[in-house]
Every structure is written in structure tokens, then in C-alpha cells.
Design a protein. Sequence first.
Length: 243
Amino acid sequence: MKVAVAYEAGQPLVLEDLPVPAIGPRDVLVRVSASGICHTDLNVIEGKSALSLPIVPGHEGCGIVEETGREVRRVKPGDRVLASVTPACGACWWCLNDMSNHCELNPAVTAKQRFGLSDGRTAGAVCGCGTFAEAMVVDEASLVPVDTSLSDAELALLGCGVTTGLGAALNTARITPGSRTPPGRTPWRWRASGSPTCPKRPSTRSPLGTRRGSTTSPRPTRRRSAFPDRSSRSRRAKPPSSR
């Protein structure tokens, strides 16, 4: 199969004809229908990433499942799937607590050397995917089965570009309907009228009515997080000690 390999930083990709990687118990062989190119891929190709070379770029793509390992349960041959920028097993502590971006499988999945090169070396795949190829072998945790009328070119972008931008807007900047947020001003909330308002910070002053020299200590005020969902997570049971 044809594979685009990044051998040296800042050099053009090399198109090679490589054998299909071996399929493990949790692996899925996907015939790639479309792939996007993310700035993360450009950083890898230009040598601005910590990922070691050689490597096969590409981490947002879609395709059709052709073969599965004996332990795979999430997808089956013939399914249309979307590659995910981060694996999510759905069973570890992080996945069960809505923090699948910290999935326990992430280090092993993303570090696996998938491709055997013609010079005898091996190459990994960006984010454990490597969509710059005619086919990819990935862990089932990196795939999402989909049933949609979106074209391949549109669906491929959902794997990283769309979800990253949407998550930054809704979860980090907290943009709401009617907001106008000019570039570079994401920390601010913009009203429909165009006037900026900054979210109020919780007060750390002593309660009113406490006089100087009073022998009664004021009740300490507890600072509230600007991100309520994060503060609630901190009160949950801690992750396994192995982490």
C-alpha cells in the first residue's frame, strides 16, 4: 500500500509502497477514504514536534473497516469509521469521569511502531493513526463508528479540526449564542451590542462589618473556580495510584 513517510525534518514526504502492518488482537484495519492535514502534522514534518522520525503523519481521517482483531468489539468489517485524535477505551478511570483525553491507553497506542520501512527501520504514526496512507491499522480505541450522510472530505475533519475548534470555543472561551468574539479576545465575553465584559472574579476581601482590631476572626472566603465543571471533578475520587 502507498504510504507517505516523514524521514527527515523539513524535507518532503517520501511516498513508499509498504506492506500492511500486522493486526493485533485489539487492532482494526481501515481502508482510508479521506484525510485532513492538521497543523500538528506540519509541525511533525518540519521537525517542530517532540515526535521522533521517521513517522507517518495524519491523524484526522475516515474510512471503511476491512478487518478486525479477535478482541475488537467496537466496530466490525464494513463499518464506516472516524479516526480520533486521542484514543478512548471507555472503561478506565479517566474515560468514566469524562476525561477521555487522559485515557490510560494513550501512551501505548500513540507510541506503537506500526510501519515496517524498506530500509529495515520502523515508523510510528501520528496520534497512533497515520492517515497519510491508503490503509491504516489502529487500536479500536482510536475509532468511532459513524452513520452519517456527510461526505468523506467533511467527515475526516471531525476527527480533530472541528472538534478541537468547537471545544475551544464552547468549553474554554465559553462563547454563547449572540456573542461576538474578535480574534485574540477570547478571554472576554462580548455582548450582542459589541461592548466587552470580563467575567467577574470572586472577591477575596474580608466580609463587610469586620472592624479593625476586632477579636473575632472573619470567616474565610472560599474562592470559586471560573470553571465549575473542573472544580467538581477535583472533588471526585482520585485516579488510580499508578497514574
